[in-house]
Structure formats: C-alpha cells, structure tokens
Write a protein that binds this ligand. Structure first.
Ligand SMILES: [Zn+2]
Length: 280
C-alpha cells in the first residue's frame, strides 16, 4: 500500500483579546493560503481534535477524501487515527473564544494525489488517472441491484479535489451509451442472484429434510428401546431435538427425576445413544 508523510500540527488560540483575535485571523489566512480548505468542525466537549499528538504522520492513500486522511497503523504519531486537513473543535455552549484543533501540512504530493484520484458518486470506487474519467468502471457498480436507471448520473467520476460533489444529469449521448450497458449489467446481476437463490433454496430444503430425518431416527431409537423410561420421555413430549446445536434435550418440559439412571440407560442401551444429548 502506498503511503506518504507529512506533519500534523495541534493548535490553540484564545480570541478574548484583540491580539488573540488577530492571531486567529492570521492563522486562518495561513491555512487558506496553504490549501487546507474549510475547517471540519467537531461539536462537543471541545477536545476531540486538539488531543492529537503533534509530529510526523504517515498517511494511507487507498481511499482518499478531500478533507481528511487515514493515518497508517505504523505511523510514528497518531497511528490508525483519522487526521483532518483542518479540524476545529467547537465548544457546545461556549462563546467561541477558544479555537483548538489540528491541521496537516498539505504537501504537493497530497495535492497531486487528490487531483489524480477520481471517485464514483454512487459506489465510492476510486481510480487514479491524469485524464478526466467519465463513468465508474466498476462492473459491480453499474450492475448493483440497488442502482436505478434514473440514478446513472451518480456513477459519474469526479476528482476528489473537486469542490463541487454534485453530478450533472446525463446528456442524451451519455444516456444512449450508458443505458444498454446498465441493462446488460442488471441482467447479469439478476442471473447471478437467480442462481444463488436456487442454490440456497435447495440447500435449505436439504438441510431441513436432513434435520427431520435425524429427529425421526432419534424418536424411533427411543421408542424401539422397549425401556419404559425412554418411551415415556417420548410419549410425554419431554424430548426435543435441537437441530441448530445437533443436540437432544431430555427433560426440556419437565425436569427428569432420576438423571443418573437416564444417563446410564442412554450410555448402555443397545450400544449407546448415538446423538449428543443433555439432561435437565
Ligand atoms: Zn461506482
């Protein structure tokens, strides 16, 4: 997996005084100029995003976002965290005097990656390309059983750094190209699901038949024993086969009076009871 390095900074400003206000304003201008974008605001205790460790971070690049990065598990600081290009803690109930949070130094490498990376508006599939891509190349996307024909414009690819996430409607030409592809992919998906449903229905029925046969064999074994204690358990409906546990429960309705005698009988009669059991 490709990774890259940058630095995470933690900041804290107090804007009670005019000097503090000026410092905050200068800080915001600096981040804007550096390409940190808009602050990602976190509402809460005001400490969510300022309690990061300052220092070098290693970022993963498999999935990219325009305002946040995943920190690698082996990063020297903040391993496994979600680091924001610019995070600002907002004190709920506070008067906005305190400005804390963190930000990343946005490197050219980060900018290039975000610009090269294209994302599908429907499934989130990402592709790296220098050229503009039109539609999502993922077969599972256009074949998704949930994708409606009137949502096809959402499969339009956009660069991750595109500030406007809205996908334009399909042009007539695009529709003419995409609709047949959509219909073919949907037919494929339907066929795959049809075969899976057939297999599932057959497997379910086979399992149920197998369980019914086991239940029958158990009761036949007990009734065939000619042992009054075993026969009465069946006649009283006090034995149950739990197919999901492959276990027979004796005394599930009324506790068995002499458990030791039943246990001995089950172990010794006719070579022993063939199934796993439990006596209550
Ligand atoms: Zn897609």
């Amino acid at each position: 997996m490709k990774t890259l390095k940058t630095t995470l900074h933690v900041y804290a400003f107090t804007t009670v005084t005019p000097e503090g206000k000026a410092e905050w304003k200068a800080f915001k201008a600096k981040l804007k100029a550096a390409g940190n974008g808009k602050a990602f605001e976190a509402w809460g205790s005001g400490k969510k995003y300022s309690e990061y460790a300052q220092g070098e971070v290693v970022l993963t690049t498999s999935t990219l976002f325009n305002n946040q990065w995943n920190v690698a598990g082996d990063s020297p600081t903040n391993p496994g965290a979600r680091a924001f290009t610019w995070a600002l803690d907002v004190y709920s109930g506070g008067r906005g005097f305190y400005k804390t949070g963190h930000y990343l130094v946005v490197t050219d490498e980060m900018k290039d990656l975000l610009h090269k990376r294209h994302v599908c508006g429907y499934c989130g599939h990402q592709v790296d390309s220098d050229a503009d891509l039109t539609f999502c190349p993922s077969e599972s996307c256009i074949g998704s059983q949930y994708l409606k024909a009137d949502q096809l414009h959402l499969t339009r690819m956009k660069r991750v750094d595109d500030p406007n996430p809205t996908r334009d409607p399909l042009t007539k030409a695009e529709e003419g190209h995409l609709l047949p592809k959509y219909e073919a992919a949907q037919a494929n998906t339907r066929e795959t699901r049809r075969l899976a449903a057939l297999a599932r229905i057959t497997a379910d029925a086979d399992r149920e038949v197998g369980e019914a046969h086991t239940g029958r064999d158990i009761l036949k074994w007990l009734l065939g024993s000619k042992e009054p204690m075993l026969i009465d358990l069946v006649l009283d409906g006090n034995v149950l086969y739990y197919a999901h546990k492959s276990e027979v429960g004796f005394g599930w309705k009324d506790p068995v009076e002499d458990k030791d005698a039943l246990d001995l009988l089950l172990q010794t009669h006719n070579g022993g009871f063939l199934w796993k059991y439990r006596i209550k």
